[in-house]
Each structure stands twice: as C-alpha cells, then as structure tokens.
Design a protein around this ligand. Structure first.
Ligand code: SF4
Ligand code: FES
Length: 361
C-alpha cells in the first residue's frame, strides 16, 4: 500500500443515509449489492459522525442515498448536521419527500436542495427512472423547495436516451428557478457499468452535446450557473476523481463503512473501517482504505513522468481497476495510457437493449 502523504483536510462528506429508493435508475452510483435497512446507522450515530466530521475540517455534508426521504428520521438527521455546523445539502430523487417534510427540513436549517431530473419529456423521464409519475412529483418538490427560499440545483444525468434534449432540460431547470444546473454525463460505475451499452451515446451525439452545453452557458450567463461533468469515455484526459483519493472527501455508507469514493468497494483486497468501531478522524488518517492510493508516488508510467499527475492524480482508481484489473494503473481514459484503446472500443459499443433497473432485491 502507498504511503500517507501529504495529509489534506477533507471538505465534503457524502452521507448515504439509506440504499432504499423507489426509483430504479439504470445509472445509479450505488453498489450492485445494496445494504439492507436493518443495518442502517441510526440518527444518533449520524449525529456523532457529523460532529467528528466538523472537527476534522469538513464544511459540507450531502445527505444522499438511495433516496434519503426513505428515512423516517430524515428531519432529525438534517437537524444534527446543522447543529454540527455543516452546510447541509439534500440530494433527492424528489420522490418520497412530501411537502410537509420539505418544510420541516427547511425549519431544521437545511441549506440547499439538489433534485435529479431524468429528462424534459415526462414519459421518457418516468421510463428512465423506472417509476410512473416520478417526473411530476420531482417538479412539485423542486417548486416547493424554491417557494421556501432554498437554493435549488437540478442534476441532469446525460446518456443515450436524453442527450438530444439537453437544451429542453436546461429550459426546464430555468422554469423551476434553479440557481444551478449540474449536467453530468453518465460515469460508468455500479449500475451504469452494468447498463453501459444501453446508456452509451454515439460519438457524434457527445460532440454536439459538449458544444451545446458551452453555448447554453453563454446564453444563460448571469441567470443560472451551468456546471458540466465531461463524458469520460470520450475525453483525452481523465478527471481528478473525487479530487484525489483520500484528499478531499469521505463517503459513509448506510451501514457505516467509510470509503474514499462511492465505488471504492469494487476494488478487491481493501479493508474499510466502520464508524461504529472507530472515530472518523482515525479512519481518515490511518485506515488502510484511505492510505491505499494517497498521493501520486504509487503511480506507474506514463503518470510517473507526466506534468499533470498533481492535476488529475492519474484519474480514477476504480475505473483503472474496472478496465485494466490494476487499481494503480493510469486511468485508461487518458490518451497516454497503454490501455486507452480499450476505452475507445467500449465507447463504440452501444445497444438498444432494455435497462437492468436498480432494485433492492
Ligand atoms: Fe494524468 Fe497520468 Fe494521463 Fe498524465 S499520464 S495526463 S498524470 S492520467
Ligand atoms: Fe473511485 Fe474514482 S470512483 S476513485
């Protein structure tokens, strides 16, 4: 395992409160083996985790899932996050949280809401989500958040089925009075890896989409912030995944395991410590998982001799493992990787096949 150097302060905590979710999005970033309700951390343990996170330097917590609204004690959990002094963001599918709960969350001090929208077309949106009526409920919840004065981010995950409607999706977010839009091309982990061929857009669609997002940014400058996550498989350089392994963020699963990123458990042979047994500070500084790929010294060539290694940290460890079988390798998304051809070939494998929806069982 690589050395722990240098030790940075984490700024974000992703709190996966539950893996339960009424929707079945085929690109869900949750693991294929979802964690059961009976083992979920209780609100008191989350309160302790939030306090420990704040003491460690964390500034913001993202209450996520699954669908966090599946937790009956969501309002208490949000209140604990605020009591710990953390900027509290709710990441919701918009289904499973009623108007009354949204108001209670606002009263508890919630700072921000992020709602995912699957498409601008209602029928397509419900098909992608695997849940009839989801689209209308999302719009209603987003409207309620704005009515309460909460800043709203609309999250748009882009793939083969909706890539031609990015402009219409941005218009929808504007209509909802969102402050920010996050346009994220599907990242192929978890359920998205399982559905890769069904989700993969054509190269020409991706090229058009990248230009369109740039134009939309210009057009709506001053009205709404548009952040975009590049389509991995069509990029020349990889993303600095999670801002560097064990560098900026922690991810706590519903049952309390602490991961450097949401997909870290796909890499075999790594030991993950649990907040039930240790403090967050001990886990951050000393757990084998966080120290596995800290820094850049473990990287082989071409990263070892590349100027960008402190910019992108050699890309994503989980993707390197998924595509090469070696988590230390240069992320094959990088055009300098000896495995880059694999990515180029996979990007051409598209199929009009039914989704494998994410389900608990
Ligand atoms: Fe980044 Fe490594 Fe590619 Fe250089 S060789 S750009 S450090 S992934
Ligand atoms: Fe795990 Fe990128 S998703 S390091």
């Amino acid at each position: 395992m690589a050395q722990a150097q240098p030790l940075h302060t984490p700024i974000g905590l992703l709190a996966e409160l539950t893996h339960r979710c009424p929707l079945g999005c085929p690109y869900c970033s949750n693991p294929l083996a979802l964690e059961p309700r009976d083992d979920e951390l209780d609100a008191a343990t989350w309160a302790r985790v939030f306090k420990e996170a704040a003491a460690l330097g964390v500034l913001q917590v993202h209450l996520s899932g699954g669908e966090p609204g599946a937790r009956r004690d969501l309002v208490d959990i949000a209140a604990h996050a605020r009591e710990a002094g953390l900027y509290t963001n709710l990441i919701t599918s918009g289904v499973g949280i009623i108007t009354r709960t949204m108001r209670d969350l606002w009263e508890a001090g919630l700072d921000h809401v992020q709602v995912s929208i699957q498409d601008s077309d209602a029928v397509s949106a419900d098909h992608i989500a695997g849940y009839r009526g989801a689209f209308q409920r999302k719009l209603a919840l987003a409207a309620e958040a704005v009515r309460l004065g909460l800043p709203l981010t609309v999250n748009l995950v882009v793939h083969r089925a909706n890539i031609e409607r990015i402009g219409a999706m941005v218009d929808l977010a504007l209509k909802l009075n969102a402050a920010r839009i996050e346009i994220a091309h599907v990242q192929y982990y978890g359920w998205a890896l399982k559905n890769r061929a069904a989700l993969m857009p054509e190269r020409k669609q991706v090229d058009r989409a990248v230009l369109e997002v740039e134009a939309l940014r210009e057009k709506h400058r001053g009205r709404i912030v548009i952040d975009a996550v590049v389509p991995d498989y069509h990029a020349r350089f990889p993303k600095p995944c999670v801002g560097g392994w064990g560098r900026r963020s922690l991810n706590v699963t519903p049952t309390g395991r602490v991961l450097p990123c949401h997909a870290a458990e796909t890499i075999p042979g790594i030991e993950f410590w649990n907040v039930r047994d240790r403090s967050l500070s001990e886990i951050w500084t000393s757990s084998p998982a966080f120290n596995a790929f800290r820094g850049t010294d473990f990287l082989p060539d071409p990263c070892r001799s590349c100027d960008r290694r402190e910019v992108d940290f050699g890309g994503c460890r989980c993707q390197a493992y998924a595509l090469t079988g070696d988590a230390r390798a240069t992320d094959p998304v990088c055009h300098l990787s000896p495995h880059h051809q694999k990515v180029a070939a996979l990007a051409q494998q598209t199929a009009d096949e039914p989704y494998a929806y994410r389900r608990m069982s």
